[in-house]
Design a protein around this ligand. Structure first.
Ligand code: FA5
Ligand code: MG
Length: 452
């Protein structure tokens, strides 16, 4: 459970998360109560929750004991774990307070499950692992983004010292050939590595990088095929006229500071390519720093909530947090009998109440105030955060609907449309008006903007 001791100036001085206390620091602490409260939910551990079911299905594709499962790592980690150990440069934007929830300068809510790579490599308990966990990001508000979501990290390692010189690549290929085949057409125009865009590491021979990449891609394709086969079966059960659209999957090159080469896997869904995971060949430095310099292998990180949305056709990511029986009852028993998996049937939504707020940003020249709110440094996440803080789950989405720069004065004004809607009840006019006035008040107070 999460709680905080409130001091006189209304800023918590210590915060408790899952039974541990953290000292906050005024300059860095930026975790609102609703996000703090989410640390106790652990949806990936709640039997029959869609995130739990999705975890179980993916785990079934990465069997024990080759893969060891870790589902209880604490969400509070150090900047060392979340960033430094993974080679994030000191000025990486992900470290900014606008993107990450901090307790103090050195302590934060993990933004990804990769925060646990170093410790898991170091423990070196198995050839592979899966880490499932809640992760936290200050992000946009819409149907597919929520400040708390769940990731699963997977990794598979081989120990070079167990093989004769140069033979590890053959051993990895032998493991590739043990994997089942699938018949989905995968678009993959990418070379196994590319000197500029996606370089081979010095520590690897071309044959090693190719073998690791092949094992990685085949393993993840099999996982996606499994998910989508189950999703199709579930959809066909719900709708006898269901048209079976062939699964389309593609690999695109990517960049992560801790893997090279790196890729993302995208799935064609509802008329668009949807990114479902990032992955790559683990950088040698991570293994060397973890005291296991003979290891080589791959890692991936997948968004469980997004996969669960696809699997069950769940239209809004906030529904995962609902305690409404009409939601939870639809998944009862599925964990123990995956063949009973059905697509989600939407229940009627309560009415939405959109409200606009328009404001001028401070001119760049203006002295004082919060420098982040001048025309140049304005950061949309600060608006999102205020809305989330005030309205919590009662804000369905926030969209920029107008962005105007005055031709003479150069002053910029923006207009955001906030859609208020509860998943649990009809909001009264009075309540929505109160929420909106509080949002407006905080925009002025905290960001120093001028309401139009
Ligand atoms: C990462 O977080 C990397 N740690 C992944 C990784 C692991 C790469 C190991 C290499 C090796 P990224 O920020 O792209 O990457 O997030 C990974 C996945 O999490 C995305 O593909 C997406 O499925 C999911 N995800 C990211 N942001 C959100 C969000 N706001 N809401 C829901 N899902 C999200
Ligand atoms: Mg990504």
């Amino acid at each position: 459970s999460a709680s905080s001791a409130i001091s006189r100036n209304n800023e918590p001085k210590t915060v408790e998360v899952n039974g541990k206390e953290y000292t906050t620091d005024d300059a860095w602490f930026n975790v609102p109560p609703n996000v703090l409260a989410a640390t106790s939910r652990k949806l990936h551990l709640q039997k029959d929750h869609p995130v739990y079911i999705t975890r179980k299905i993916i785990e079934s594709q990465f069997p024990q004991p080759t893969y060891r499962y870790h589902n209880n790592f604490d969400p509070v980690v150090s900047t060392q774990q979340n960033f430094d150990s993974l080679g994030f440069p000191p000025d990486h934007p992900g470290r900014a307070r606008s993107d990450t929830y901090y307790f103090n300068k050195d302590t934060l809510l993990r933004t990804h499950t990769s925060a646990h790579q170093a410790q898991t490599f170091k423990a070196n308990l198995s050839e592979g692992y899966l880490v499932s966990a809640d992760v936290y990001r200050r992000d946009a508000i819409d149907r597919s983004h929520y400040p708390v979501f769940h990731q699963m990290e997977g990794a598979r390692m081989w120990d070079r010292s167990k093989y004769a010189d140069g033979a590890v690549a053959n051993a990895i290929w032998a493991d590739v050939n043990k994997l089942p085949k699938h018949d989905v057409v995968v678009e993959d125009p990418n070379p196994p590595y590319h000197p500029e865009r996606n370089p081979l590491q010095e520590a690897h021979t071309p044959a090693e990088a190719e073998a690791i990449g092949a094992h990685l891609k085949r393993s993840l394709e099999l996982m996606v095929v499994e998910i989508f086969t189950r999703a199709k079966t579930a959809a066909a059960k719900a709708d006898p006229d269901y048209k079976d659209e062939p699964l389309r999957v593609r690999w695109v090159e990517a960049y992560f500071p801790f893997t090279s080469p790196s890729w993302e896997l995208e799935v064609y869904y509802a008329g668009d390519w949807l990114e479902v995971l990032g992955c790559g060949v683990v950088k040698h430095e991570l293994f060397a720093n973890a005291g296991v310099p003979n290891q080589l292998g791959w890692a991936f990180g997948i968004g469980l909530d997004r996969i669960a949305m696809l699997l069950f056709q769940i239209p809004d990511i906030r529904l995962f947090w609902s305690r409404d029986e009409r939601f939870s009852s639809q998944f009862t028993g599925v964990s123990d009998d995956l063949s009973s998996l059905r697509r989600f049937v939407s229940f009627s939504k309560y009415p939405a109440c959109p409200k606009d707020v328009s404001f001028w940003l401070r001119p760049v020249s203006a002295a004082g105030g919060n420098p982040r709110t001048n025309t140049q440094d304005f950061h949309e996440n600060d608006v999102m955060e205020i809305v989330r803080d005030v309205a919590g789950d009662r804000a369905e989405d926030v969209r920029l609907v107008d962005d105007f720069t005055h031709p003479k004065t150069g002053r910029r004004s923006v207009c955001y449309r906030i859609n208020y809607r509860s998943l649990e009840r009809t909001l009264t006019n009075e309540e929505t008006n109160d929420l909106h006035s509080e949002v407006t008040r905080r925009l002025v107070d905290r960001l120093g903007v001028e309401i139009r």
